[in-house]
Design a binder for this molecule. Structure first.
Ligand code: ADP
Ligand code: MG
Length: 625
C-alpha cells in the first residue's frame, strides 16, 4: 500500500481516556516531564533493538548507531522526538499506545484518584509515560516502522487525546519511531533550543544513547547535529572520575525516583567472574512499596557487557531488599539469557550474593558513620528490611544488627535501640533479651506485663510494627542471647523471684480456685503473676501462642483463628483482687472476676468476646448494684 491507504479511526479504551484526563490535569505544574518520558521510551526502544540484534544479527547494522534526536520547528510549532530503535508494527502501536496492556493503568488510576494521591511526577513508574505528551500538545503524531519491516509498512498514529485516534499506513525511509508534538497555544517555551537542551541535561544526561539536537544558526535549526548528553554507561567509568552529582543524576535517570538517592555503592569485581554493581538506597519509599505492591519489581537493571538485558530486580535481589535501585553489568553471562535461565544460573547466584553483601555493607556504613541518613533509611525501609530476618537465614545476624527498636529505656516512641545497645547495658546475671509486641507504642509501653521488669530496671524492647510479631518468630537468638517475650511463659526473673512466687501461689490457692470456678471456660488457667506490681491482672501467653492483638487483626482480615483460652495472671496484693477474694455474693464476685479478665484482654489488644456484656458488668460494679 501507499499514500492511498485509508485512514482508520478508533476509540481509546475507556481507561486510556481516564488516564489521559488525569495526566494532563495533574501533571500540568510539571509539564516539562513529557520530554523525559518520551526520551526514556526512545532509549528503551534502542535498548530493545540492540538486544534483538544479538539473536538477529541482520538487525545489527540498523542498530550500529543508535541515537535519539530532539528537534523543533518554530513555524509549524512542533517538537519531534525520534529514535532509530526497535519501532512498532501497526498491531504494536494499537496495543501499546491505544490500549494499556500492562497493569500500569489500573495502578496509576488507583494511585491518582485514591486518598493518598501519588506524586504525578512518578508517572514513569506506572507505564503510562507516553500520555504526558498531551500535557503540552493538542495533537500528537507518532510514525513508526518496526526494525526489519519493509519501508512501506510504516504506521502513522495521530490523536488529539480526546477519545479517538487515527491510524494510517505510511511509507517510512528508516525504521524506528518519531513522536511529533503539535504544541498547545501557550507552550512556546518548548520551541526554544536552550530550553529543550537544558531539560535534556537535567533529566536525561545519563541516557546511554546519544541524544542529538540540531545546531542553531540565525535562530533556525540547521542540518548539523550535536550530541547533548553524556551518553556514557556511568558505571563503567572509574570511581575517581565520577562526581557525587554524576551519581545523583544517574540515579534520577534510572527513572523511578525524582528525589536524590540517600546513598550508593559502586563496585567492580574482577576475577573468574567479573561484574560491576552500582546500587542505590532511595531516600523515600517508591509508591509501589508504600502500596504494598510486590509484583512487577522494577529498579535493578541487568546489563551484559553494557547491553541492557532486562529489569532483573527479582533475580538479583531478595525480596527484603526490593527498595534497592541500580545497575548490574556482568561480563560473563551469555547475552541470550532468558528470565528462565537466569533463575537457575549459578553465576547469577554469586552476583546476587554480592549485591546483598554490598547493600548490607552500605547500610552498616550508614548506621556507623551517618546516623541521620541511617535514620532516614530506617524510617523508610526498616520494616521491609525486617522481612530479611526470616527470608535470609544466612544474613540473619547482620540484618538483626541493623534493626532498631523503641525500648523502656529508649527515647519515647523513637525506634533507636539496637540489639547491641541492649546487650551492652544488660544487668549482671540477665540472660535473655526481653521484648514485647503490641499494636501501638502506648499499648506496648503501658502493658501490665512489664511492671515487674520496670520495677527491677530490666530493659524491654517495645515492638509495635505489624511485622514485628512475625519477624521475631524467626529471631530466637542474637549473639548467643535468647530473645524472650515478656508476655509469654513463666517469667520469674531470678531465683529469689521464683521462690517468692511459689510461696505466693501456695498462699493464693483458695483464691485461684475461686477465680477458676467463677471464670469457667473463659480461661485455660489462673495463676499468680510474677509480672505484675501495680495492675490487678494480665494475660500470659504460652511460648507458641500468637499475640492477641495480632490474632485480632488476622480475624478482622477474615482469617479463621482458633479460639484459644487465655491464661489469666493475677496480682494477689491488688485491692481489686482482694475484693474478689472477700466478696461473698456470687453474682458480684463473678462480675469482679470477669472484669479482671476483661481488662487483661483489653490491655493485650485482644478482642472482647462480648463488649456489651462487659459494659453492663462495668456499670453494675461502678454503681454498686
Ligand atoms: P512504558 O514506557 O512504561 O511501557 P509508556 O506509556 O511510556 O509506558 O509507553 C507505552 C509503550 O509504548 C511502551 O512500552 C512501548 O512498547 C511503546 N513505545 C512508546 N514509545 C516508543 C518508541 N519510541 N519506540 C518503540 N516503542 C515505543
Ligand atoms: Mg515510558
Amino acid at each position: 500500500m501507499n499514500a492511498t491507504a485509508t485512514t482508520e479511526t478508533r476509540k481509546f479504551e475507556a481507561e486510556v481516556a481516564q488516564v489521559l484526563h488525569l495526566v494532563t490535569h495533574s501533571l500540568y505544574s510539571h509539564k516539562e516531564i513529557f520530554l523525559r518520558e518520551l526520551i526514556s521510551n526512545a532509549s528503551d526502544a534502542c535498548d530493545k533493538l540492540r538486544f534483538e540484534s544479538i539473536a538477529h544479527p541482520e538487525l545489527a547494522t540498523l542498530g550500529s548507531e543508535l541515537h535519539i534526536d530532539v528537534s523543533w520547528d518554530s513555524q509549524a510549532r512542533t517538537v519531534t522526538i525520534s529514535d532509530n530503535g526497535i519501532g512498532m508494527t501497526r498491531d504494536e502501536v494499537i496495543a501499546n499506545i491505544g490500549t494499556i496492556a500492562s497493569s500500569g493503568t489500573k495502578r496509576f488510576l488507583e494511585a491518582m484518584s485514591g486518598e493518598q494521591k501519588a506524586d504525578a511526577r512518578l508517572i514513569g513508574q506506572f507505564g503510562v509515560g507516553f500520555y504526558s505528551a498531551f500535557v503540552v500538545a493538542d495533537k500528537v503524531t507518532v510514525r513508526s516502522r518496526h526494525a526489519g519491516a519493509a519501508a512501506s509498512e510504516g504506521v502513522q498514529w495521530e490523536s488529539d487525546g480526546k477519545g479517538e485516534y487515527s491510524l494510517v499506513q505510511v511509507s517510512l525511509p528508516e525504521s524506528g519511531t518519531s513522536v511529533v508534538l503539535h504544541l498547545k497555544a501557550d507552550e512556546d517555551e518548548f520551541l526554544k533550543r536552550w530550553q529543550l537542551r537544558s531539560l535534556i541535561t537535567k533529566y536525561s544526561d545519563h541516557v546511554a544513547f546519544p541524544i542529538r539536537m540540531p545546531i542553531e544558526k540565525d535562530d533556525k535549526p540547521t542540518d548539523e547535529w550535536e550530541i547533548i548528553n553524556a551518553a556514557s554507561a556511568l558505571w563503567t567509568k572509574p570511581k575517581s572520575e565520577i562526581s557525587d552529582d554524576d551519581y545523583k543524576s544517574f540515579y534520577k535517570s534510572l527513572g523511578h525516583d525524582f528525589n536524590e538517592p540517600l546513598a550508593w555503592t559502586h563496585n567492580r569485581v574482577e576475577g573468574s567472574q567479573s561484574f560491576t554493581t552500582l546500587l542505590y538506597l532511595p531516600a523515600q519509599p517508591p509508591f509501589d512499596l508504600m502500596m504494598g505492591g510486590r509484583d512487577e519489581r522494577k529498579g535493578l537493571k541487568l546489563y551484559i557487557k553494557r547491553v541492557f538485558i532486562m529489569d532483573a530486580a527479582e533475580e538479583l535481589l531478595p525480596n527484603y531488599l526490593r527498595f534497592v535501585r541500580g545497575v548490574v553489568d556482568a561480563d560473563d553471562l551469555p547475552l541470550n539469557v532468558s528470565r528462565e535461565i537466569l533463575q537457575h544460573n549459578r553465576q547469577l547466584e554469586r552476583i546476587k550474593a554480592a549485591c546483598v553483601k554490598r547493600v548490607l555493607d552500605l547500610i552498616e556504613k550508614l548506621a556507623r558513620d551517618e546516623p541521620e541518613k541511617f535514620a532516614t533509611f530506617y524510617k523508610a525501609f526498616g520494616n521491609t528490611l525486617k522481612e530479611g530476618i526470616s527470608e535470609d537465614a544466612n544474613n540473619r545476624e547482620r540484618i538483626a544488627k541493623l534493626l532498631r527498636f523503641a525500648s523502656t529505656k529508649g527515647e519515647g516512641t523513637q525506634q533507636t535501640v539496637s540489639l547491641d545497645d541492649y546487650i551492652g547495658r544488660m544487668a549482671i546475671g540477665q540472660e535473655a533479651i526481653w521484648y514485647i509486641t503490641a499494636d501501638s507504642y502506648a499499648a506496648a509501653f503501658g502493658s501490665p506485663q512489664l511492671e515487674a521488669f520496670k520495677a527491677k530496671g530490666i530493659e524491654v524492647l517495645l515492638m509495635f510494627d505489624r511485622i514485628d510479631e512475625w519477624m521475631i518468630g524467626s529471631l530466637s537468638e542474637y549473639e548467643g542471647k535468647k530473645l524472650k517475650s515478656a508476655a509469654k511463659g513463666d517469667v520469674p526473673l531470678d531465683d529469689a523471684d521464683k521462690a517468692k512466687q511459689e510461696e505466693a501461689t501456695k498462699e493464693a490457692e483458695p483464691l485461684l480456685k475461686k477465680l477458676k470456678d467463677l471464670l469457667g471456660d473463659r480461661v485455660g488457667d489462673v495463676k499468680v503473676s510474677a509480672r505484675l506490681t501495680d495492675s490487678p491482672s494480665c494475660l500470659a501467653l504460652s511460648d507458641y501462642e500468637m499475640a492477641p492483638h495480632l490474632a485480632r487483626l488476622l480475624r478482622e482480615a477474615g482469617q479463621d483463628m482458633p479460639e484459644s483460652k487465655p491464661t489469666l495472671e493475677i496480682n494477689p496484693q491488688h485491692a481489686l483482687v482482694k475484693r474478689v477474694e472477700s466478696e461473698t455474693d456470687d453474682a458480684k464476685a463473678k462480675d469482679l472476676a470477669l472484669l479482671l479478665l476483661d481488662q487483661a484482654e483489653i490491655a493485650a489488644g485482644a478482642q472482647l468476646p462480648d463488649p456489651s456484656a462487659f459494659v453492663q458488668r462495668m456499670n453494675r460494679v461502678l454503681l454498686g448494684t
